[in-house]
Design a protein around this ligand. Sequence first.
Ligand SMILES: Nc1nc2c(ncn2[C@@H]2O[C@H](COP(=O)(O)OP(=O)(O)O)[C@@H](O)[C@H]2O)c(=O)[nH]1
Ligand SMILES: Nc1ncnc2c1ncn2[C@@H]1O[C@H](COP(=O)(O)OP(=O)(O)O)[C@@H](O)[C@H]1O
Length: 187
Amino acid sequence: MPQNRRLTVLSGPSGVGKSTVVAELRRSHPEVWLSVSVTTRKPRPGEKHGVEYYFADDEEFDRLIESGELLEWAEFAGNRYGTPRTPVMERLAAGVPTLLEIDLQGARQVRCSMPEAQLVFLAPPTWEELERRLRGRGTEPPDVVARRLEAGLVEMAAEKEFDVTLVNTSVKDVCHRLIALMRSSSS
Ligand SMILES: Nc1nc2c(ncn2[C@@H]2O[C@H](COP(=O)(O)OP(=O)(O)O)[C@@H](O)[C@H]2O)c(=O)[nH]1
Ligand SMILES: Nc1ncnc2c1ncn2[C@@H]1O[C@H](COP(=O)(O)OP(=O)(O)O)[C@@H](O)[C@H]1O
């Protein structure tokens, strides 16, 4: 369906700056609709239910999978994450530019189910900078950081599966380029 060209997926290793880019887009480009995922991860300080995520327990997440309410879902570093299907389909049907910030496994599922979607990979300037950002964020204990860096190696190796790579040197610059990509893919 041509309306699926309005769908853009943003993926990249943990700590690269996806949430920061999404927060900046929310502020500077309110015309873009950002999907809110469901997760079994516990909220970080400051995260609000319904804003960064819908926080759910395992039982609720199982129910969402069984009832087909998720467009895609994946397990990442010990927690499950999924995209509620209905809000995405409604926005796309209404012609609204829509962005999903999801992991590599989710991006692959979207590639299969909605091949017209544009897949954007957010890369760090260097691997050392990625480690520095992830550790510097200070939201996870060392064992979880190690697990995320391990997953990051797998994500980095999959960069070529994406349509475009943006290097996150400057958040504003990435937002600018992302918006330009979203405009050009749907026109
Ligand atoms: N497949 C999938 N991945 C998601 C979804 N929501 C978030 N993620 C990904 O899950 C991973 C972990 O997210 P999170 O715990 O918030 O950590 P952070 O992205 O490092 O701040 C990231 O790669 C997110 O892009 C979703 O709905 N589906
Ligand atoms: N362009 C950038 N330059 C420097 N630091 C950044 C940049 N983008 C994000 N960061 C910082 O890197 C850390 C990880 O960013 P975050 O958005 O939480 O990553 P992700 O959502 O991809 O895991 C945060 O502390 C954030 O402030």
